[in-house]
Design a protein. Structure first.
Length: 304
């Protein structure tokens, strides 16, 4: 099958492309950055076709879908969340909302059958009204990134009358290729060099950390099962930041100590997802956090 993947050279998109190619599909990949370090292994594959461009480009998106007879779209491209997003809110609107609408419309005009939209836990209210957070939980995002993702969901709902659309709300993804500034790779690098593992807040704040291959699993199942709707994609496991640091120290046999920085954390509350709906409807079955962490550590050449 001919499949379009936007954000194809990014963290999650690159892993998804590799899985689709392994399954024998033709992947038409769109990347704004054009950076290929995450997909070097695919560049020689005749089934992989990379296009550098902007998802807001109306003609480009329509032509890619029409000329290649694309039947399924995985839309992962987005302006990523940033601490400074309030300084340029229009960029989030243009890319995450306008870009999503452009792709939805191009897919609709060219009879795409299935559309999988990558959303985020950031659409939910902060702090959560109850735990674990299921798909019926109020959506009242407090960050511009979350607002833009939610707007994309609303456009998906509008187009769901014309094609099969699945919305996936990811929790905190980790794994090969993620930003080195994120918590898990930062903690791992500190542990491997026996430096103090620095934590903002008091360390009791919790989150749901999901291994990147499990997010890819969620995408593939959403496409294969073809059961439209909104699904949480996480580990369903609650881990505090302090516990996260301790587990990394234990698994790596590090001599690091946990140190509180005294700085505030942006999410000073408990949070984790209820993934019951995805388990039942899609057959989604993520690995445990420890299993995912051990798999990730092998990428650092750590024996675990």
């Amino acid at each position: 099958m001919n499949i379009l993947v936007t954000g194809a050279t990014g963290f999650i998109g690159s892993h998804l492309c590799k899985q689709l190619i392994q399954r024998g599909h033709h992947v038409f990949a769109v990347s704004h950055s054009g950076r290929t370090h995450n997909i070097k292994s695919l560049l020689q594959c005749k089934e992989f076709h990379l296009e550098t461009g902007d998802i807001r480009d109306v003609d480009m998106m329509r032509n890619i879908i029409k000329n290649n007879r694309v039947k399924a779209v995985f839309h992962l491209a987005a302006q990523l969340r940033s601490d400074s997003d309030i300084k340029n809110p229009f960029l989030y609107f243009d890319i995450n909302v306008g870009g999503t609408l452009n792709i939805l419309n191009a897919a609709y005009l060219n009879s795409v059958d299935r559309f999988i939209y990558s959303s985020s836990m950031w659409v939910y209210s902060e702090s959560p009204q109850y735990l674990p957070v299921d798909e019926r939980h109020p959506v009242q995002p407090s960050a511009i990134y979350g607002v833009a993702k939610l707007a994309g969901e609303l456009y998906c709902n509008l187009y769901s009358k014309a094609m099969n659309i699945v919305v996936l709300r990811y929790s905190n993804a980790y794994g090969r290729g993620e930003r080195e500034s994120y918590a898990i790779p930062t903690f791992i690098n500190q542990a491997l060099t026996n430096r103090p593992i620095k934590i903002h807040g008091d360390g009791t704040q919790t989150s749901d950390f999901v291994y990147v291959d499990d997010i890819v699993q969620g995408n593939l199942l959403a496409w294969e099962k073809n059961k439209p709707g909104v699904y949480n994609i996480g580990s369903g496991e609650e881990i505090s930041v302090r516990e996260l640091a301790k587990r990394i120290i234990n698994i790596t046999n590090s001599k690091s100590e946990v140190v509180l920085t005294g700085k505030n954390t942006e999410r000073p509350f408990r949070f984790f997802l209820d993934i019951t709906k995805a388990r039942k409807a899609l057959g989604y079955s993520p690995r445990s956090f420890d299993e995912g962490l051990r798999t990730y550590l092998k990428e650092f050449n750590v024996e675990v």
